[in-house]
Design a protein around this ligand. Structure first.
Ligand code: FE2
Length: 455
């Protein structure tokens, strides 16, 4: 009897250490952290193995078309109704939700910030979120929020789920472990992860940093998916096999814990006597995943000019209107520039879409200075932007030999909706007052002759 109990405890301990991944995008996965925990041939046996409870987590309406129908079956120590009790309201004043039009005195403009200030107190991931912009309308499942985060403490007995949307987490400084109901993901700068709407999780720190920093896109709308490749064909851009979904993992903890919930912009907390991360096995296609941006295979200009930046879309969250994304998650990864007789950086432009950018490492090719890792920029609907004056000079005068843009990773959360600035963002001390001066030195080159004035 003792041997059996000892063996069981050993198996449990081993299962708790599980950290592995299953490749593929949107697959129907199955995984169990204890042998035989996953029912075979049916979803809901009269009695589940190990005394587990069967529970379905739906990510789409039951009747959604097959291509967008998402749900997973979870086999857990307690059903989720035991992971929340009576809720109390709680305030997370820096996490805002659309619709949100903040009162502030900052006028319209192209904006750029240096990284968030370091926390002056202990903050965990949840407490370290700072909303920069919101767009659309969360209760109608459209739009997004762009957040930055800076934290220096683990979520130990605190857990969170967001009913308002899925979270795309982009670490910039410091690796993190995202322990979800469905498994654990270690995510380091250059990797991203997605936590689906409603999925319980906590975030802890990995490695040795002073501060853990990054960005979050909160997607209120339809889930992120891979963009269609059109004439590009079956390969390149983000390839499905490079997406990794975690294997089942759980923690068995019978001590006081708190579950925090975000629901239609409001925050609520409930106290329970155990960990809610108690899923021993699961199967289905509604699951978290991570992706290494370094595995993105860019496609671009090989003779002259360059395509629109949509060519760098990693994930897209469709709206109801074809080709008009609720959000595009776009990156600017290392790549060769080879175009002949071409202005190689991004051109000057005004767009109907609104662009929130961040830099994970290196330097972005349209800006010679001022846009630093951890920094942010916002170019809202129809506001002009493009390379700074020194970037323009360099691009128009350099020899057009093949050049590799290396050691760089910038990204963009681009949405069809205008992005409303939060008061926090408008008053943030790292806002660069002089950002628009980067274009001041763009001279008039027109002098009525075809040659122009390049003096
Ligand atoms: Fe742009």
């Amino acid at each position: 009897m003792l041997d059996k109990a000892g063996k069981q405890a050993g198996t449990l301990a081993k299962a708790n250490e599980a950290l592995g991944y299953m490749p593929g995008f949107g697959n129907d996965f199955e995984t169990e952290s204890l042998p035989g925990a996953l029912p075979q041939g049916q979803n809901s046996p009269q009695k589940c193995a190990y005394g587990l409870y069967a529970e379905q987590l739906s990510g789409s309406p039951f009747t959604a078309p097959r291509g967008t129908n998402e749900r997973s079956w979870l086999y857990r120590i307690r059903p989720s109704v035991r992971h929340t009790g009576r809720f109390n309201k709680i305030d997370y004043p820096h996490w805002k939700t659309a619709p949100h039009v903040a009162e502030h005195s900052l006028a319209l403009g192209q904006l750029r910030w240096n990284p968030l200030p370091e926390p002056t107190e202990k903050l965990n991931f949840l407490q370290g979120i700072r909303t920069m912009t919101t767009a659309g309308d969360a209760p109608t499942h459209s739009g997004m929020a762009a957040h930055a985060y800076a934290f220096n403490a683990d979520m130990v007995d605190d857990y969170f789920f967001n009913a308002d949307g899925e979270l795309l987490i982009v670490p910039e400084m410091g690796a993190i472990q995202v322990f979800t109901e469905l498994g654990k993901m270690d995510v380091e700068p250059s990797e991203i992860c997605i936590v689906p709407r409603g999925t319980m999780f906590k975030v802890t720190r990995l490695g040795d940093e002073k501060v853990w920093r990054g960005y979050v896109c909160e997607n209120y709308g339809a889930k992120f998916t891979l963009p269609d490749r059109g004439p590009i064909g079956a390969n390149c851009l983000a390839n499905p096999r490079d997406f990794k979904t975690p294997v089942a993992a759980f923690e068995e903890k019978e001590t006081p814990c708190r579950v925090h919930v975000k629901w239609c912009g409001g925050f609520h907390v409930t106290e329970i006597g155990h960990s809610p991360l108690d899923v021993i096995a699961w199967h289905g296609n509604y699951a978290p995943y991570k992706y290494d941006l370094k595995t993105y295979s860019p496609v671009g200009a090989i003779l002259f000019d360059h395509p629109d930046p949509s060519i760098f879309t990693v994930l897209t969250a469709p709206s109801g209107e074809e080709g008009t994304a609720n959000i595009d998650f776009v990156i600017f990864p290392p790549r060769w520039l080879v175009a002949e007789h071409t202005f190689r950086p991004p051109w000057y432009h005004r767009n109907i879409m609104s662009e929130f950018m961040g830099l994970i490492y290196g330097r972005y090719d349209a800006k010679e200075e001022g846009f630093v890792p951890g920094g942010m920029s916002l170019h809202n609907m129809m506001l002009a932007h493009g390379p700074d004056a020194s970037g323009y000079d360099k691009a128009t005068n350099s020899e057009l030999k093949p050049v590799k843009l290396d050691h760089t990773m910038a990204f963009m959360f681009e949405t069809r909706f205008p992005q409303q600035l939060t008061r926090y963002a408008a008053e943030l001390e790292t806002l660069q007052d002089n950002y628009i001066d980067c274009w001041t030195d763009l001279k008039k080159r027109f002098n009525g002759t075809p040659e122009g004035d390049w003096s």
